[in-house]
Write a protein that binds this ligand. Structure first.
Ligand code: SAH
Length: 366
């Protein structure tokens, strides 16, 4: 794989160009695209409607970068599954699959994918931030998570993925070119054909990038991790707020709703005695009044090292009542996967810890 290009990182137009370069007819491009991005093959050999000679020609310059499944954990009685993938360079990333049955949800299967191997944003309460900045994933590594998770679902007699949320490790808008490409590949009718409205980007609030996203006019879901409507508190939780304070962030959000007509979801992880008071709720109402907004309250997940604790349930109730009284759409989301450290902001930490321990000199000597 060393000096060959990863087909998973190529979109339909690029794969068509590869075929053109080899002097092959156009329909070959569509066939190859569908092998890679719909069927999720892991090798060129599996492309059985290409002759052996054609497969060899293709394999001379192209390949499919392997994502190796290192481990899986199942939680919530099998309704949440966490995967740990090893990337070709040895880095690891996590992915979460959530199965929702029932009449209303009609077998919704949602996956939370990673976009970076760490994160440089430094949110004080987030486990990924503690892993260091990491590197950007390629579009192929992002799409690969979904393709291979689908294969896992098929092998385990489970329904395949219907919704994709970019809420795993990393800041998607800090890796926008590759994230954008992955969205377009996932949306392609000859690939997995996942509708825009079934894909969500979550950002800590990179205002400039939100504006860029608005210009694209994609009909995707945008989630903004707000966590406070007060600049001082928000800056203490999320250093990115110093670069893009609330007025700057909200200007970008307004531009997004204006351009796309889409409502934005504001994520609000509630931490005990940090952002859970009546005043915090009132400030949030003032910030969102008149805006096309939905507030998602997440009882914070404990990340032991960070010293943040989940808000008490009475505080959450009181907070929600204030929002409702002010006609702000709100829901409390009970985060899945807590029993397997797969809940929001909890990814990778344990494995990272284990690796750190393994790297300690006394352990290496063994
Ligand atoms: N970088 C992106 C997406 C990854 S994090 C973003 O910031 O939106 C996904 C969500 O989990 C974000 O809303 C993040 O703020 C939240 N999160 C991180 N740590 C958390 C914790 N300990 N408890 C609750 N939510 C947390």
């Amino acid at each position: 794989m060393a000096d060959v290009q990863d087909l998973r990182s190529l979109d339909k137009r690029e794969i068509a160009a590869v075929c053109e370069g080899l002097g092959w007819p156009r329909f070959r491009g569509k066939q190859i695209f569908s092998w890679v991005h719909e069927k999720g093959v892991e090798t060129i050999e599996e492309m059985t409607n290409l002759s052996l000679e054609q497969r060899q020609t293709l394999a001379a310059a192209y390949g499919i970068a392997p994502l190796r499944l290192v481990d899986t954990w199942q939680g919530d009685g099998g309704d949440t599954v966490k995967f740990l993938w090893r990337l070709p360079d040895g880095n690891t990333v996590e992915q979460v699959l959530m199965f929702y049955g029932g009449k209303e949800t009609k077998d919704r299967v949602s996956t939370c994918v990673s976009t970076q191997t760490g994160c440089a944003m430094g949110c004080k309460f987030c486990a990924t931030a503690m892993c260091g900045r990491g590197r950007n994933l390629t579009a192929g590594e992002i799409v690969g998570q979904i393709l291979l998770a689908n294969r896992w679902c098929q092998d385990h007699d489970r329904s395949i993925i219907t919704n994709v949320v970019y809420m795993g490790m990393g800041e998607p808008l800090a890796n926008w070119p590759q994230v954008k490409k992955s969205l377009q590949i996932l949306n392609d009718a000859d690939g997995l054909n996942i509708g825009w409205r079934r894909m969500t980007i979550s950002t800590c609030g990179l205002a400039d990038k939100i504006k860029e996203l608005a210009e694209e006019d994609f009909q995707l879901e945008l989630s903004v991790s707000l966590h406070s409507a007060d600049d001082k508190i928000r800056s203490a939780l999320m250093p990115i707020n110093d670069r893009y304070p609330l007025d700057c962030l909200m200007e970008a959000c307004d531009m997004f709703t204006e351009k796309t007509g889409r409502r934005i979801t504001y994520e609000y992880a509630m931490f005990r005695d940090v952002n859970d008071s009546k005043q915090d709720a009132e400030k949030l109402c003032r910030l969102l009044r008149g805006r096309l907004a939905f507030v998602n309250i997440i009882p914070a997940n404990p990340v032991a090292e960070a010293g943040f604790f989940p808000a008490r349930s009475e505080r959450i109730k009181e907070f929600v009542t204030i929002l409702e009284r002010n006609h702000i759409a709100v829901a409390v989301r009970h985060s899945r996967g807590q029993d397997i450290e797969a809940a929001c902001g909890q990814l990778k930490r344990r494995n990272h810890r284990e690796r750190q321990e393994a790297d300690m000199p006394e352990n290496k000597r063994k």
